[in-house]
Design a protein around this ligand. Sequence first.
Ligand SMILES: Cc1cc2nc3c(=O)[nH]c(=O)nc-3n(C[C@H](O)[C@H](O)[C@H](O)COP(=O)(O)OP(=O)(O)OC[C@H]3O[C@@H](n4cnc5c(N)ncnc54)[C@H](O)[C@@H]3O)c2cc1C
Length: 115
Amino acid sequence: MSKDSQRYAEKSLREMGVNIRLGQVVEDYLDYKVLLADGSVIHSTTLIWTAGVTAMTFAGLKQEDYGKGKRLFVDPYNRLYRYGNIYAIGDTCISNADPGFPDGRPQLAQVAMQQ
Ligand SMILES: Cc1cc2nc3c(=O)[nH]c(=O)nc-3n(C[C@H](O)[C@H](O)[C@H](O)COP(=O)(O)OP(=O)(O)OC[C@H]3O[C@@H](n4cnc5c(N)ncnc54)[C@H](O)[C@@H]3O)c2cc1C
């Protein structure tokens, strides 16, 4: 999402009283404890996971075929590089069709439908 959208979302959440801890990674949730990568712990009986999706991988493809989130790199025709007959669309691909989105278009229904 755009920087403006990010700032708006953060401001709105903070105004609602949500405590936001940026730049921290959740490693595990054990015994009602959220374990963060920096060693700190948040005690909570509830964990709601909204950190996104990781695409499925396929045994026949190479490591370099995948980008961020295990999404497959595709050309402007949604065809995988180095394979003339394999295509990927929607959430599972990163297209280089638009230089403004080097990590692929956002994983949204509109993008998937248009592809
Ligand atoms: C909680 C949530 C809220 C969202 N809200 C919005 C929103 O408000 N607006 C918006 O635009 N987008 C939203 N999205 C994103 C949107 O749902 C996706 O971007 C969109 O569905 C991607 O379409 P797709 O066809 O690429 O993948 P999907 O819709 O995920 O379709 C993939 C299909 O493949 C099937 N599948 C997976 N593996 C296999 C297999 N091995 N064999 C056979 N079938 C398989 C799956 O069951 C699924 O039916 C949301 C997503 C989530 C998770």
